[in-house]
Write a protein that binds this ligand. Sequence first.
Ligand code: HEC
Ligand code: HEC
Length: 402
Amino acid sequence: MMFPKASVLSRRRAQFLAAVVLMAALCVIAASSRAHSETAAPGWPAIGFDQNQSREQTAGEVYKNVQVLKDLRATELDGVMDFMCAALGVGCTYCHTNPWENDEKSAKLAARRMIVMTRAINSEHFSGNPAVTCYTCHRGQHNSVPNPPPDLAALHSLDDVATPAKPTALPSTDEVLARYIRAIGGEAAIQKIKTRVSRGTETTTNLMTAPQTTPIEIYQTTANKLQIIRSDHGGWTEKGFDGAKGWTKDVREISVPHGDGLKTSVRLLEGQSNESEELKREADFYRYSSLRATYPQMRVLTKEKLGDRDAYVVGATSRDDSREKLYFDAQTGLLIRKYVAFKTAFGTIPDVTDFDDYQDAGGVKLPFTITWSRPPFGSVMKFSEVRLNVFVDDARFVPQVK
Ligand code: HEC
Ligand code: HEC
């Protein structure tokens, strides 16, 4: 059992695919058939999208059975699916059976009617503005869950511009940033870092299958080069960024009479795809240490409780105009949360990254636990070691195909 068009989908989707595949106990076969459907040769087209197309393709052109989302840009379909999951508090399999285009489940048919209804409400009553969304009525719940998962109310309140209760009590943006840099070790120590190697485990969740924990290794250099290696059953996957371009690689163990029994497939990411942009951001070596470069605009908004900690909340706009919020621990000065209102064609969903367990990694303090969530997906990375300035071979950052 295999969900097709894997390469159109992002990393989270790929993880979900792996999970579904595992569930079906056909892991190796399915994973290698996915690998097989992608091209290993240079040129590396992504499945589904026609690379020679000068105009952006629509969902109707790329997918098999979209009836009401036909006119959406194909790259926007993923986000819409995430939004519907978040609005109903479900995973993909609430509506889908394999393959994706199947219309077997009544929930999928209901969702299609709901899309039409929601659009009609907005066009008739709100001049076409997306005033009403799935979330307006569903509030993070669907009709078969007695105890609904946490709702998205936090998201909507976070979207409002927070008004500081006592503006005078707040430190300036410069003060918050300076305290943070001091807290992690100071500018000079940061500038001494040339490479970073992190090893640990990653546990992923998707609201459908049991959480999965697998080893992860991350290699980075100041030239914004990145390689992430994730081991899984029957092989491993790699993601890389060579400073300019992103790529993915999938290696599967197969039983063959000759050769090394590995099937490798490599894919070069399209420059403007979501996946490539995400990898580029991840590869930015100074992303969290040169915040002024990452976010040209920043402003302290308020002080808020985050669990049992007080945090200064800084509104930050990135170079690519992503509106984010950075939470700095008022006591330690450390960056403890990044909040992004992730935009989809249906509305925004919360994308939250928490940084915990800061430890000295040789002159600089780094978070050894990083927790990420964007419904329906989530992950926790726990590093057992983070080493700075060890030798890292540049060959890692270009995809090696034997
Ligand atoms: C609430 C129901 C619902 C959920 C949850 C949902 N989908 Fe969908 N999905 C739909 C509907 C409805 C369509 C068809 C839309 C249309 O007809 O225009 C669709 C279409 C698709 C398609 C296009 C298939 C094709 O070729 O026709 C893909 C791929 C897809 N969904 C992936 C996902 C993924 C991945 C998730 C989880 C992140 C997900 N969906 C969650 C309702 C859902
Ligand atoms: C105006 C309110 C409203 C909006 C907006 C709305 N829904 Fe619904 N939806 C309902 C109600 C009410 C029901 C229950 C109908 C019933 O029980 O017969 C329902 C039922 C459903 C169901 C089937 C029952 C279930 O919970 O599985 C799905 C799936 C669904 N909606 C998905 C969506 C999606 C996806 C969107 C956004 C595109 C959406 N809805 C927007 C009110 C709404």
